[in-house]
Ligand binder design. Structure first.
Ligand code: ATP
Ligand code: MG
Length: 588
């Protein structure tokens, strides 16, 4: 679905599930020791006061993007609405790609979005790598119960004997080895006695299951690679599909909400948890997995691998480049946390995959900023306008509302003088049809100032216009009794040349020109928009204080923000967050 109007409000299938669970008292006897742990630990705990527990489990292998925001708003939002807790869990079970830099960036962004993982006096920020000991203990329990075995086939052999969607898999020759042999080998694997890939621990389920994920999935593999937190303490690392249910259960999660790709993993999720509970390792009630449709946005890629490639190849200035779909990039671009929450709310939650039009994200920002953003005037592509009958050296103040929707925002004032900057596009020597701005003989209003009549222009030797001339009509100033004495069709913005503040303005546009930049096996780099950042030396209304992070609506132009990284009071750098209207509606 690609739609330009907001979709219907969230279908509350998750809320319905939670309501039912609570009505049925599914968690009535749940105990919580105040920290993650197996059955023995939770049994000592108090009744859990959190009515539900959800989690947001990012892998610290990249920066969070707009897709993650959907999951964050959903998980933290449900916990908040139901009087529960939402854990922030770093799913750091894969040593190869994970880094502390990403951990800090993720914490920063979840906070920025306005969410908190503290509940009562608990600090529910966890690392899956802290559970490696429990996972190992559980693996031994599974082997002892005849539910797992060490397989000495190579990864290729394991893959080859797995079968296909239409063909059954075949049993490994090691499948029926005695439990104590598997136990000994697992310990040797843990102690570093075997090289990478020489053996693996597998669950013993059913090689003929129609669900491929149930064909003896690998639980542990050997990787002699240091981990960002556990260093070289471990050289076996759990596979995601095994680690994830265990992490949820140790943390007493009630609703494990994930994206639809994991639907086929649910039988294995339940298999693992039910067996570990039967073996006395995990406490009831067990978490349950529920799937929702991930966010796909037109004009955007969210694959971390591809985003990393854009950064590494210098196609963008970094993870927080204002054109990136990362939350750090959106923040720098001028997006507010409330605009992103509004966007996610409008998306709702569904179980069917869809592609959301990028304009919905932009519209959420406009809707969020319109009532609150202070107004100012900027001239991005300046040309001089000289009021030839206005006395040289004279200035007078003009008045404008701080924000027309907000009386509290008061009025602002700025000077008018003989020489002004106006937009180059607001003058045409030969006007096209329906052009109501400046052209010789036409009258327009200088917004908040006088009506002026264009008298001509000056050109250089190449015929380029260098200066526009006009005469002002003295009794027509805005806000005076004569303001309406002359009717005009055009209204243009301006700043006084002697008073304006100079600024670098970065006119950002979509990073990709194609609504589906990485559809199929397309090379997404081919879809890059060559015009996604234009830099202009612009003039701003005097009085604009370019404190990094400040947002304005520049009249007629859009919403702009002082760049968090590069802007200084002496040399303002301003980013365009979004235009006032959707300029892509016709193009796409
Ligand atoms: P990648 O596969 O590119 O590494 P990922 O989806 O695996 O990305 P994680 O860090 O594992 O990234 O994601 C953390 C959480 O965010 C997961 O629970 C995942 O379901 C959710 N999430 C990620 N992308 C989206 C998306 N586009 N829409 C909704 N939720 C998402
Ligand atoms: Mg992942």
């Amino acid at each position: 679905m690609t739609s330009s109007s907001p979709p219907a409000p969230a279908s509350n299938f998750l809320r319905t599930i939670i309501d039912n669970d609570l009505t049925q008292g599914r968690y009535a006897d749940k105990r919580w020791a105040g920290r993650p742990g197996p059955a023995a630990v939770q049994a000592q705990g108090e009744p859990d006061t959190a009515r539900i527990r959800t989690r947001f489990p990012p892998e610290p292998n990249g920066y969070l993007h707009i897709g993650h925001a959907k999951s964050i708003c959903l998980n933290f939002g449900l916990a908040r609405d139901y009087g529960g807790a939402c854990h922030l869990r770093f799913d750091d079970t894969n040593p190869e790609k994970e880094e502390d830099e990403y951990v800090h960036a993720i914490i920063d962004m979840v906070k920025w979005l306005g969410f908190d993982w503290h509940y009562a006096n608990e600090n529910n920020c966890y690392f899956a790598s802290d559970y490696f000991g429990f996972m190992y203990q559980f693996a031994e329990a599974l082997i002892s119960a005849g539910l797992a075995y060490v397989d000495e086939q190579t990864a290729d052999e394991i893959r080859a004997t797995r079968g296909t969607l239409t063909e059954k898999g075949s049993n490994s020759p090691w499948r029926d080895r005695p439990a104590d042999e598997s136990l000994r080998l697992l310990r040797e694997m843990r102690d570093g006695q075997h090289p990478d890939g020489s053996m693996a621990l597998r669950a013993k389920i059913d090689m003929s299951s129609p669900n491929m994920n149930m064909r003896d999935p690998v639980l542990y593999r050997i990787r002699h690679v240091p981990h960002h937190r556990t260093g070289s303490a471990w050289c076996i690392y759990p596979m995601y599909s095994w680690a994830h249910p265990v992490e949820d259960a140790l943390e007493g999660i009630t609703h494990s909400i994930c994206t639809l790709e994991f639907e086929d993993q649910r039988p294995f999720y339940d298999w693992i948890l039910n067996h570990l509970a039967d073996l006395g390792q995990l406490a009831h009630p067990l978490p349950r997995q529920h799937e929702f449709a991930r966010l796909n946005l037109t004009y955007v890629i969210t694959s971390k691998r591809k985003l990393l490639q854009l950064v590494r190849e210098g196609r963008v200035s970094g993870w927080d480049d204002p054109r990136m779909p990362t939350l750090a990039g959106l923040r720098r671009r001028g997006y507010t946390p409330s605009s992103i929450r509004l966007f996610c709310e409008r998306l709702g939650v569904s179980k069917s995959d869809s592609r959301i039009d990028y304009s919905l994200l932009e519209q959420a920002l406009r809707d969020d900023l319109d009532p609150i953003a202070p107004r100012a005037v900027a001239v991005l592509d300046p040309i001089k306008l000289v009021l030839t009958n206005y006395p040289e050296g004279q200035t007078e103040l003009c008045h404008a509302p701080g924000n027309p929707h907000d009386p509290q925002a008061g009025t602002r004032e700025f000077p008018l003088s003989r020489e002004l900057w106006i937009e180059r596009d607001d003058f045409r020597e030969e006007p096209p049809k329906k052009y109501f701005r400046l052209f010789p003989g036409n009258t327009v209003r200088l917004k908040y100032g006088y009506i002026v009549r264009c008298t001509g222009c000056i050109k250089d030797e190449h015929g380029n216009v260098t200066e526009v001339h006009a005469e002002y009509l003295p009794d027509t100033k805005s806000g005076t009794p004569g303001a309406d004495s002359v009717k005009v069709k055009g209204n243009i913005t301006w700043v006084s040349a002697a008073h304006a503040v100079s600024a670098e303005v970065r006119l950002y546009d979509r990073l990709f020109m194609d609504p589906h930049p990485d559809a199929g096996d397309r090379d997404f780099l081919q879809a890059l928009n060559p015009d996604s950042c234009r830099v202009q030396q612009a003039w701003l209304e005097p009085g604009v204080q370019a404190v990094p992070g400040t947002v304005w609506q520049f009249e007629r132009l859009g919403y702009f923000v002082a760049d968090r990284e590069d802007s200084t009071p002496e040399q303002p750098v301003i980013n365009r967050a979004v235009t006032l209207r959707d300029s892509w509606a016709q193009k796409s």
